[in-house]
Design a protein around this ligand. Structure first.
Ligand SMILES: [Ca+2]
Ligand SMILES: [Ca+2]
Length: 106
């Protein structure tokens, strides 16, 4: 599931963002490669752009600024520091009961 492997474009397809170096922009694909966020779990994905899923990608661009984006692995990790803890709970406490205007009519 590459952008165009036959054409030498080895960036992984992603519904969350894939870099197109020839146009210097990010695009959204209809599917996500299973290689997104399935690399070595002991390696830091810090060099991948956010949203980097909290795990390095497999492939030529895994661990680089051109890595395809993916969903963050920990849903409750609101500050995306890799752990669900009181800091995340504090974010919820600060924003507790906020709502969008369109919700007020329901
Ligand atoms: Ca990743
Ligand atoms: Ca956190």
């Amino acid at each position: 599931m590459f952008a165009n492997g036959g054409g030498g474009a080895w960036h992984l397809l992603s519904e969350y963002g894939r870099y197109m170096p020839d146009l210097d922009l990010w695009v959204i694909d209809e599917i996500t490669s299973p290689c997104v966020n399935t690399g070595d779990p002991t390696m830091s994905p810090a060099d991948e752009p956010m949203q980097n899923g909290g795990r390095i990608n497999i492939g030529a661009y895994g661990g680089t600024v051109e890595a395809s984006r993916g969903l963050w692995a920990l849903v409750g990790d609101l500050n995306q520091d890799g752990i669900v803890d009181l800091a995340d709970q504090a974010i919820i406490a600060v924003h507790w009961l906020e709502e969008l205007e369109w919700m007020r009519g329901i």
